[in-house]
Design a protein around this ligand. Structure first.
Ligand code: FAD
Length: 386
């Protein structure tokens, strides 16, 4: 177990160890190929998924009745950190689909649940989630331009642009946030619609490499028609479903970012110890101290958010604190590790550039730091001390 982490239950420790080994020995060596995207990355990912299934490590946090292994969040949290030590771990082990599967299962119509959710969890289908648009601030979704108009037989016809949709180029399904009623800035009137990417009028416009790494895309929907039963949640109530999804999504990301920060820390420590007098230099020691401090203070914050979510309590303050802290920690520790490595830290022989890239993006995706800082502060200022 990693120091500073709450006690890992004994029944989870062995599984955690096996996941850590799988990610270290099978996934990490393939990171350069997986980061590049394209057909080669798809083939490697398919092979890793097969191996994860054969090893009994597939879909650990998904509900057992849907084909997952049914680990509750409080147990899976101890595994998510080591699984997420590689950005590709969750996709290789089948847990990357958790947010989409739970959202469709909880809020989808019976046909959507039956047609898509088991296939999603089995890894036969891939889904993505499109809220952010090029021409309006993603931090203010009530202004989105994508609209869905009623069509014959209760169907919906959707038109609009989206971008930075993770995984859209390889996805079979995309959940789209669209305005079905009213106009900006109404909070009501936004709806979520599930769109098969094979639908007429759906198009991947271009890949959007993030600091050089593949995985994000700009997409366009031009009069895409979906059946009435592809509405996810209630008409006009998308922000309730999106909010639920974001709370869990941010918390899972925090656990994964902690795993990546720990990985950067371990590399920095090994480099300082192995390279001549580096470990004796006080300014190198300071990098070690500040990074350890960031890791040890962030980990309890993240597990506090996990505990509150797992107990079904309001976790908005805890998730906001954890999200800002975990993103900062990954960026800070990866940056320190690069510094201690010198030029090697920027070159192709370590994962540090990729870890730093994830840390930098972490401060923007799922809401930038500023959004969490102001919403946590406002919430705390309006409530009386407990
Ligand atoms: C790697 C990556 C993956 C992503 N994946 C997805 C995805 O799968 N699906 C999806 O829909 N989106 C995705 N996004 C988009 C991401 O969620 C948005 O970029 C994010 O919510 C911010 O929206 P924006 O880029 O439109 O920035 P804007 O809303 O335009 O904000 C720009 C800047 O303004 C400042 N700002 C904004 N709000 C406030 C505030 N309240 N107070 C003070 N300052 C503020 C901040 O500095 C912020 O960075 C992804 C982004 C990245 C980088």
């Amino acid at each position: 177990m990693t120091q500073g982490e709450p006690q890992c239950p004994p029944d989870i420790a062995e599984l955690r160890q096996r996941v850590a080994e799988f990610v270290r020995e099978r996934v990490m060596p393939q990171e350069p190929v997986l980061d590049g995207g394209g057909p080669e990355a798809r083939a490697v990912l398919a092979q890793l998924r097969k191996e994860a299934k054969d090893a009994g490590l597939w879909a650990l946090p998904h509900p057992a009745e849907l084909g997952g292994q049914g680990l509750p969040l409080r147990s899976y949290a101890h595994i998510a950190e080591v699984e997420g030590a590689s950005d590709h771990g969750p996709a290789a082990l089948g847990s990357a689909s958790l947010l989409d599967a739970l959202m469709l299962w909880r809020h989808g119509s019976p046909p959507v649940r039956e047609t898509y959710v088991p296939a999603l969890i089995a890894g036969e289908l891939r889904a993505c989630y499109a809220m952010t648009e090029p021409d309006v601030p993603g931090t203010d979704p009530v202004r989105i331009a994508t609209r869905a108009e009623p069509a014959d037989g209760g169907a919906w016809r959707i038109s609009g642009p989206k971008w930075f949709t993770t995984g859209a180029a390889d996805a079979d399904l995309v959940t789209v946030l669209a305005r079905t009623d009213g106009s900006a800035p109404d909070r009501e009137g936004l709806s979520l619609l599930l769109v098969p990417t094979a639908s007429a009028g759906f198009r991947v416009v271009r890949d959007l490499p993030v600091l050089g790494a593949a995985g994000q895309a700009e997409i366009e929907l031009d009069q895409v028609t979906v059946d009435a039963d592809h509405l996810i949640g209630e008409r006009g109530k998308a922000l309730t479903v999106a909010g639920e999804r974001l709370q869990l999504g941010r918390t899972l990301r925090c656990l994964r970012w902690l795993g990546q920060a720990q990985r950067a820390f371990d590399l920095m420590r090994a480099r300082a110890r192995s390279r001549g007098p580096l470990a004796d230099l006080q300014l190198v020691q300071r990098h070690i101290f500040e990074s350890l401090l960031a890791l040890r203070t962030t980990r309890p914050l993240v597990h506090e958010a996990v505990a509150r979510l797992d107990a079904g309590l309001d976790a908005r303050v805890e998730v906001g604190l954890a999200k800002v802290a975990a993103a900062r920690t990954l960026e800070q520790v990866a940056d320190a590790a690069i510094q201690v490595h010198g030029a090697a830290g920027l070159g192709p022989d370590t994962p540090l550039p990729a870890l730093f890239r994830t840390g930098r993006a972490a401060r923007i995706l799922d809401g930038p730091d500023e959004l969490h800082i102001t919403s946590v502060a406002r919430r705390v200022l309006r409530t009386d001390p407990a």
